[in-house]
Design a protein around this ligand. Sequence first.
Ligand code: NAD
Length: 712
Amino acid sequence: MIFEGQSLTCQLLDDGIAEVCFDNKNESINKFDRVTLEELKSVAEALSQAKDVKAAIVTSNKPVFIVGADITEFQGLFANSREELLQWTAQANSIFNAFEDLPFPTVAAINGFALGGGMEMVLACDLRVASTAAQVGLPETKLGLIPGFGGTTRLPRVIGSDNAIEWIATAKQHKADAALKVSAIDAVCEPEQLRDVAITMAKDAAENKLDWQGRRAQKKAPLQLNKLEAVMAFNTAKGMVGAKAGKNYPAPMAAIAVIEKSAGLSRDEALTIEHEAFVDLAKTPQADSLIQIFLNDQLLKKKAKIASKAATKAINTAGVLGAGIMGGGIAYQSAVKGVPAVMKDIRQDALDLGMSEAMKILNKGMQIGKVSVEKMAKTLSAIKPTLNNDDVKPVDIVVEAVVENPKVKDAVLCEVEGLLADDAILTSNTSTISIDLLAKNLKRPEQFCGMHFFNPVHKMPLVEVIRGEKTSDETVAAVVAYASAIGKSPIVVRDCPGFFVNRVLFPYFRGFSQLLQEGADFRQVDKAMEKFGWPMGPSYLLDVVGIDTAVHCVGVMADGFPERMSALANDPVELLYKQDKYGQKNGAGFFAYSKDKKGRPQKVVEESVFDIIGQPSKEFADQEIVERLMVPMVFEVIRCFEEGIVETPAEADMGLVYGLGFPPFRGGALKYADSIGIDNLLQLAEKYQHLGAAYAAPERLQAMAKDGKTFY
Ligand code: NAD
């Protein structure tokens, strides 16, 4: 054995081939944490001294190759000064360089995921072979960073700058055959042959049958681009990537800038440019938020995993009541993820529509090559449309998604409960009716909870699992496990009007209405909020949600929280409703809608809308618009946290990002609160106290300010 550590071993095989094997003893995966990096340094040192080694292969003893850097270490690491960070990146890269510069050929044998730092390890090798199960990529821009272990330097030199920019800017993972096409790897083989193929390649390279030296030299030299090619490539890339990423996500553009700047430089010079840019990005609030989101998402996954283990009731089949917008979407989602669903409605036309919607989604997937004919057939046959209640009898879980009417829901839930097996679970997708109220007439309220999906179901990741007063832990665990099994990110919340997401959304809408009543122009408000980062401004969002639905929710929230959310006299949203302007669904709300050539709704402003809601009469600074909408939302999130409606800041923030599209680069409402500063939030509360109780600082905030605490 040449080296044996906690994450890495290195041993000499026959014929002078050394095997460097990543095999983290404490985890089920390999990742580049501090220990692994240090051990790689030791291995590189040992190998550089070893006299009898002719070539080395790099393998993994886990189902993955290396999933990337250890992101849990990032926030601590990035808290260091710029100089310290620069020093760290330089040191880390000197390890990769030392490995790349070994006096013999090196071959990576990629068995599974090789992402981020894992892919950078692969790139530091001279030759690369992947199993058909491998996936490679550099996803760092998703975290607001660029690759920092030489990825922006080596990848363009291996696959060309165009491809490298695409890989890095889109942060996508690539299957082995796709990676082979652009020469990111040199060969693909079946998983069971991988090690042998790598050894053969290593031997061939050692005997100079493979030009490993040429490949290595290419990685250390400037990029082979003439000036015209360079101008064309980089300018086109900047235009495309800039338009897609937008100003709030600087990392993809920074990656292009680094590749462009270092195109004419050698490896070592190029790396110093990469280090500078990496450290600049590591210090941005965007990276901080995106890393936090990654960690929060890990927490959700961990909680779902614990729930899956704890769940005593296995969910193998589902029943969905109602084949409307939501029911159809839920049945599709369940079926596509392998849990067959019976979809029951009282109208054949609703069932037909539900099935055709599922078909539409699958067709779209087929057009972009994501869905195969088999997958389509399998999914469609896993949805059983029916008008007959008896078909629901054998299912393990029911998701009720009929019309939002307490009486109808009560009747439907009681009837279906009588049909189900004793251990079956019953849930409701209601958006506004209390779970405790719906549980009242049920015989087994402990087996009932809310399961609140978001529209469109197949796109929105969030499911709120709403625990009623009597809901058992087993039921919550089984529903969390089911939500997660069908590809959603569940958060468990307690029952209250609006549950968590709508409860915090409506103070935002109320702030918007108040602003309009003071003369703001809804077009300017939308622009300001979109600039803030929301995928759509409040007026457009209200049109999409449905003005009628919003008015109904306003009523529910006003009843639930009269002090903060009482209905406003002449609320512009209600004025629109009274004129039958329901938003996108009937062609007019704040905006008027027509369809473009592809059938997508197109919004225009018709002056007549101002006759209904009043003419704009005052200009507001964008900053004030943002404050007046965001402060009541943030405060309501804090209240929910205070009252235990949501358990952790991480879940609160992920609820908003996954359920509402809260700008990910801001990390969610509580991360945003931290970034504003608790003292500053208290000052905003004072500034806007004249606007009502929704702007009054929650108690927790005062206490936090006193103790100098933050949410994260
Ligand atoms: P929808 O009107 O599109 O669909 C309701 C369906 O239920 C209709 O097809 C109707 O025929 C069917 N139905 C009525 N009575 C029935 C019965 N007794 N048995 C079986 N089916 C019956 O409504 P939707 O927008 O899909 O909303 C359904 C539920 O989901 C509501 O509770 C709503 O509040 C909730 N929700 C809606 C959204 C949204 O954005 N639309 C989001 C989250 C939650």
